[in-house]
Write a protein that binds this ligand. Structure first.
Ligand SMILES: Cc1ncc(C[n+]2csc(CCOP(=O)(O)OP(=O)(O)O)c2C)c(N)n1
Ligand SMILES: [Mg+2]
Length: 554
């Protein structure tokens, strides 16, 4: 038994508690249930104390991956990311202490709230404020700095006042005149479109938005992480005619979707110059970005959608299903889907992206989480792999940050294990993307998480070379001068990373091998697996109506 415990027991009047335990208890009081991290001096005790109060501690292999995992748990459970950083001792500040750095200052730029408690007694209120700030308004990360000397310092238990768990975020509603105006703009639309964003998923607006879609018979388009709020296979989903829908819509309602690069800033030529945007958002600062909206509805997305529904309950209205707009959209979807199928059914080897995703989609359990990152891998995968449930797709999203995949998969798997045993996580990784956090495979195996990793391997970033071309190239000089920067080592056996830690690994080169290894992985609920899928190194997307992101000529 540790000295601190003895002290607590032996002297009733002078019961002591350490800073580490105060941090842990304060987090638990704020309903924080998962902690991800890597321990070391000075924070090991915080992780131990967290476990003692019933917080699940998941030891990761890299702090970045730990942050990605924690942020994904936040997205899935509504308790966003609080970063706790150990910092140097206060008495050594400015002297060059071990790992001394202005952390509070540095984090301010990246977080909604960044602070160091002035004493152990101040820890509970700072943690309450961090948790509250992270979930009120638009959610975001917060930072709490714990100096090394606080961790083991003992104070009288009676000096600590834990602050009650913060209240759930207040639900705000839009101005009623704006709601009336929005309903009227929608009623008068000739070519309407709803865009469902990540904000709608986070706000748990699935029921109200689905009701609006069905009641008014409106076409909708999900953004990458808005997929599944209304299922991708819903007859009103026009995801397969995305460019067409954006380009010709005359009224667009944005539900928690920003007019950033993912939506091409809302500007021509991707949109009509006079398109009317109705923005529904929790964040006032988002309203009016890049485009002057026709109507702004500031508030909780679910509550505001219900306000809109009330208008259509009062005076029912439906967008005519036989309109020319629906015909245009349906025709485009049909031709795009036919083109994808044509690619998918190509028999040539190595496989192309569409063939791979077609076979994955065939076996994908309906309730699984789909996590993805990569460039072509993520972009093409998103168009083929379907989501049927809200908050079940996690990808590199707005920032396009590579390295998020395994952390996101670990978070999803933990939430799945707690809420819905038997649920699986399918994590689709480009070979480059996988490299960013590949060592988290050990974490996956250590906690035996229900994850199937699929590495779509083209020997490179966007594209690579086959083994023969690679060998040939090296004849012309050292790899640092002759190898194109996108190249990765051809034929890498990433599946061995999984095998190294006791999971199942597969190396596949044909559709039949892919089908077989995936069905075996899905059947085996005792172990995680990794399927390394070799594809044509020069495979690309099918031709796009518009260039996607890149302005590069490659
Ligand atoms: C943190 C970070 N570093 C670098 C990049 C640049 N980048 C964009 S996509 C990508 C990897 C794409 O290759 P891969 O994952 O193999 O997918 P592919 O396109 O080959 O299918 C990289 C490195 C990034 N987006 N984020
Ligand atoms: Mg690649």
């Amino acid at each position: 038994m540790s000295e601190s415990n003895l002290a607590e027991r032996s002297d009733g009047r002078e019961r002591l508690v350490s800073g580490a335990k105060v941090v842990a208890q304060a987090l638990k009081t704020q309903d924080v249930n998962y902690m991800f991290g890597i321990v070391g001096i000075p924070v090991t005790e915080i992780a131990l104390a967290a476990q003692e109060v019933g917080i699940r501690y998941i030891g990761m292999r890299n702090e970045q991956a730990a942050c990605y995992a924690a942020s994904a748990v936040g997205y899935l459970t509504g308790r966003p990311l609080i970063v706790i950083g150990g910092s140097s001792e206060r008495s050594q500040e400015t002297m060059g202490a071990f790992q001394e750095f202005p952390q509070v200052e540095a984090c301010r730029l990246y977080s909604k709230f960044s602070a160091r408690p002035s004493s152990i007694e101040a820890i509970p209120s700072i943690i309450e404020k961090a948790v509250r700030s992270s979930i009120y308004g638009r959610p975001g990360a917060c930072y709490v700095d714990i100096p090394a000397d606080f961790v083991n310092l003992q104070v009288n238990v009676n000096s600590i006042r834990y602050v009650e768990c913060c209240m759930p975020p207040p639900v705000s509603m839009a101005e009623s005149s704006a709601v009336c105006m929005a309903a009227s703009v929608i009623r008068n639309a000739k070519q309407p479109l709803l865009i469902i964003g990540k904000g709608a998923a986070y706000a748990r607006a699935e029921e109200s938005i689905r009701k609006l879609v069905e009641q008014c018979k409106l076409p909708f388009l999900p953004t990458p992480m808005g997929k599944g709020v209304v299922p991708d296979n819903h007859p009103n989903c026009v995801g397969a005619a995305r460019s067409r829908a954006l380009q010709f819509a005359d009224v667009i309602v944005l539900f928690g979707a920003r007019l950033n690069w993912i939506l091409h800033f809302g500007l021509p030529p991707r949109y009509q110059p006079d398109v009317k945007f109705i923005q529904v958002d929790i964040c006032a600062e988002e309203l009016g970005n890049n485009v002057r909206p026709a109507v702004t509805l500031l508030g909780d997305i679910n509550a505001v959608t219900e306000q809109i529904l009330e208008q259509f309950d009062k005076t029912p209205w439906q967008y005519p299903p036989e309109s020319k707009w629906w015909k245009i959209l349906r025709e485009k979807m049909k031709s795009n889907e036919a083109l994808s199928k044509e690619f998918a059914f190509k028999k040539s080897l190595p496989m192309n992206y569409y063939t791979v995703f077609y076979h994955i989609q065939e076996q994908l359990p309906r309730d699984c989480f789909v996590v993805s990152e990569g460039a072509n891998t993520m972009d093409i995968g998103r168009t083929v792999l379907q989501n049927y449930l809200p908050r079940h797709r996690l990808d590199a999203g707005t920032f396009g940050t590579m390295g998020v995949g395994l952390g996101f998969a670990i978070a999803s798997a933990l939430v799945a294990k707690d809420r819905n045993p038997g649920q699986r996580v399918i994590c689709v990784e480009g070979d480059s993307a996988f490299g960013f956090s590949g060592m988290e495979v050990e974490t996956i195996c250590r906690y035996n998480l229900p994850i199937i990793l699929l590495v779509v391997n083209n020997n490179g970033i966007y594209q690579g070379f086959d083994a023969d071309t690679w060998k040939e190239m090296l004849k012309f000089g050292d790899a640092t001068t002759v190898a194109p920067p996108m190249c990765l080592l051809p034929h890498s056996h990433y599946e061995h990373v999984m095998i190294a830690f006791g999971g199942k690994g597969y190396f596949v080169q044909t559709p039949e091998e892919l089908q077989k290894s995936l069905s075996q992985s899905l059947e085996d609920t005792t172990k995680p697996s990794l399927i390394n899928i070799m594809i044509e190194p020069q495979a690309t997307r099918k031709a796009q109506d518009f260039h996607w992101l890149t302005r590069s000529n490659m």
